[in-house]
Design a protein around this ligand. Structure first.
Ligand code: IMP
Length: 200
């Protein structure tokens, strides 16, 4: 089977841009979800693998194309790993990225720099239209800053100091985030399965 398009099942333009950059040399076009009729995704649960698989499978079955999705989150040690898989829902449905960041900083106020360790986690999923799904996980270590820095990226990037860089994720050049990020590691780990699905 030779398919020339793989759908990226996300409505987050930041994620789509990153997945396209991470898989820039793929032998297939990466198609945006908005090229298709609107899809209803299942409610998100408390497991990265299950959430990523459900998004990719829903998309593959609806579009008839190989589909990629991810589920990601920010795990903060001082908060016992929260918000974690619930990062998109942190603070409730009415908050935007900036308000979630402000809430996180508020929750961590008074926590010393050396106790603000955190990691981004991403599970990438590849689904075939017949329902088969494979997943791969990646993570990226860092710590939560006292105030936002930088304007690139999305979500919690301005308050995440990426280990070994001295820069927030929102200060890193795009190419650098796409080399060391949780998403880059997850999609690179899935890469062999994507190539095999395209040629198999
Ligand atoms: P989901 O994967 O769409 O459920 O999103 C998880 C949450 O973590 C959202 O609030 C995202 O904005 C945030 N998030 C996921 N990946 C990143 C990232 O690379 N940088 C900053 N925030 C992220």
């Amino acid at each position: 089977m030779a398919l020339d398009g793989v759908v990226v099942a996300t409505s987050n333009p930041g994620k789509l841009r990153e997945v396209r950059a991470i898989l820039a040399d793929l032998e297939a076009r990466l198609l945006a979800l908005d090229a298709f009729a609107p899809l209803r995704f299942p409610e998100e649960g408390d497991d990265y693998e299950q959430n990523a698989a459900a998004k990719a499978r829903t998309c593959a079955q609806a579009t008839g194309c190989l589909s990629l999705a991810d589920d990601s989150g920010l795990e903060v040690e001082a908060l016992g790993g929260r918000p974690g898989v619930r990062s998109a829902r942190y603070g409730g449905p009415d908050l935007d990225d900036a308000a979630r960041v402000a809430r996180l900083l508020e929750e961590l106020s008074g926590v010393a720099a050396e106790k603000r360790a955190a990691r981004f986690v991403c599970v990438a999923a590849l689904a075939h239209p017949d329902g088969r799904v494979v997943t791969a996980r990646g993570s990226c270590e860092g710590r939560i800053l006292g105030a936002p820095r930088g304007s690139a990226g999305f979500g919690y990037d301005p308050v995440f100091l990426a280990a070994g860089t001295g820069l927030s994720m929102a200060e890193l050049p795009e190419s650098e985030k796409n080399r060391l990020s949780h998403r880059a590691r997850a999609f690179r780990a899935l890469r062999g399965r994507i190539d095999a699905a395209l040629t198999g």
